[in-house]
Design a protein around this ligand. Structure first.
Ligand SMILES: NC(=O)c1ccc[n+]([C@@H]2O[C@H](COP(=O)([O-])OP(=O)(O)OC[C@H]3O[C@@H](n4cnc5c(N)ncnc54)[C@H](OP(=O)(O)O)[C@@H]3O)[C@@H](O)[C@H]2O)c1
Length: 273
């Protein structure tokens, strides 16, 4: 699927990329497409075995840990610089959708963790890459946000608020780091991954029917947008948010159906931990 999109022309050959949360889902597809475009990839996630096997599959390197831990982000940066001698691309993809539920019930620790993982970690990793390489040599950053950050929804207040903050952070960094470093975001709609399984699995057909483009997203749909933004093909694009949502935002002009995603979010009861 990847090679037919002409990734060879993107100028990514020999560039070094760090992708967080790259062992499955959207991050895995991004890392795979970057590797297919000739980039050297450094992948991260918390599960060490998954990191090892993903790095092996992609001919890259990896390090395990949570992006919520600043020491882990320093370790990732040092490893990539040691192994590749450069860090041209950072993709902040790892995220949490917890705490799930009404905000009046949100546990303060879980709320802080959501912001540590979804907002603070992208900033810290960009700071590390900037100091280590990008300030002098340039580079590009893509933050993975969500289509849902543009509106409110049931039970996802912490997630949506933190992703809205990430959108703002993207624009602020884009202004501060230009012209050396471009900073953009991609905002996916509903994509077939583990994180969103509780939304799409119970009735994918109904969800697809309500979308103008007639299907939910695949990780590769989002990865193509991310890789394009990281590449020289987007050299005059910074501070942009690229919506990759199958038409979710424009659905009300397409059909009068209820928004099935919100029905799912409203009725879902997470298993008690
Ligand atoms: N799927 C959707 O419908 C959808 C829609 C809009 C936006 N997004 C965004 O897309 C991005 C990727 O989500 P996804 O759906 O692809 O999720 P996913 O399939 O659950 O994959 C998440 C990846 O991130 C890693 N990860 C999770 N927490 C981490 C942490 N604290 N530190 C480091 N790595 C961590 C996971 O591995 P470990 O568990 O081993 O750490 C895994 O590699 C997220 O930013 C998400 O908000 C997804």
């Amino acid at each position: 699927m990847t090679s037919s999109y002409g990734l060879e022309g993107y100028g990514l050959r020999g560039r070094a990329a760090v992708v967080t949360g790259a062992t499955r889902g959207i991050g895995r597809a991004v890392a795979g497409q970057l590797a297919a475009a000739g980039a050297l990839v450094c992948v991260t996630a918390r599960d060490a075995d998954e990191v090892r096997s993903t790095a092996d599959e992609l001919g890259g390197i990896g390090v395990s840990g949570s992006v919520g831990d600043p020491d882990h982000l320093r370790e990732v940066t040092e490893l990539a610089l040691r192994a590749f001698g450069r860090i041209d691309v950072v993709v902040n993809n790892a995220a949490t959708n917890q705490p799930y539920g009404p905000l009046m019930d949100a546990d303060p620790g879980a709320w802080r963790e959501a912001f540590a993982v979804n907002v603070e970690a992208p900033l810290r990793l960009v700071q590390c890459a900037w100091r280590a390489w990008m300030r002098e040599h340039g580079g590009s950053v893509v933050n993975v946000c969500t289509e849902g950050a543009g509106h409110v929804g049931p039970n996802v207040g912490a997630y949506g608020t933190s992703k809205a903050a990430l959108l703002h952070l993207t624009q602020q960094l884009a202004g501060e780091l230009a012209p050396k470093v471009r900073v953009n975001s991609v905002s996916p709609g509903l994509v077939r991954t583990e994180m969103a399984r509780f939304v799409w699995e119970p009735g994918e057909e109904q969800l697809a029917a309500g979308l103008p483009l007639g299907r939910i997203g695949e990780p590769e749909d989002v990865a193509r947008a991310v890789v394009w933004l990281t590449s020289d093909a987007a050299e005059w694009v910074t501070g942009a948010d690229l919506l990759v949502d199958g038409g979710t935002r424009v659905r009300t002009a397409h059909s009068a159906r209820e928004y099935a995603v919100h029905d799912r979010l409203r009725s879902y009861a997470p298993p008690r931990s």
